[in-house]
Design a protein around this ligand. Structure first.
Ligand code: ZN
Length: 134
């Protein structure tokens, strides 16, 4: 994890990395991460664990972790890292949206699996919940 980097944008080949490695990084924090690295470490942990659970198809747990990561960004509103909080949130929300789409495919297609329908609805609710936070 890079804490002092504008550089991660420049050499960013995150597309080629595996999902697990694709953690949230600081981009252009006005304080070089001094005010937000503690929260970011917690957020990154939840985020990484969430990706693992998603791979194991434990979507319930994956959604919970993304939500808790999102709520952690609220602590940054009190510092001047509003921009960092915004970036983290965008990343977290995007992951939740991707998971929601994945679950939609799994629970509504020809090969639908009823097992995932409940958690598909839950992912949708979580997205709504988070979108009402801002
Ligand atoms: Zn920051």
């Amino acid at each position: 994890m890079k804490l002092n980097g504008f550089s991660s944008l420049l050499n960013g080949d995150s597309e080629s990395q595996s999902r697990e490695d694709n953690k949230i990084e600081l981009l252009g924090c006005p304080f070089g991460g001094n005010n937000c690295k503690k929260q970011l470490a917690v957020i990154n942990n939840s985020y990484t664990d969430s990706a693992k659970y998603q791979n194991e198809k434990n979507y319930q747990k994956a959604i919970e972790l993304l939500k808790s990561a999102y709520y952690k960004t609220h602590e940054l509103q009190k510092t001047s890292c509003v921009k960092c909080a915004g970036l983290f949130r965008t990343t977290i929300t995007k992951s939740l949206e991707d998971m929601h789409k994945e679950l939609e495919r799994m629970s509504t297609g020809i090969f639908r699996n009823k097992r995932y329908y409940g958690v598909y609805v839950e992912a949708g609710n979580a997205l709504k919940e988070l979108s009402q936070q801002d």
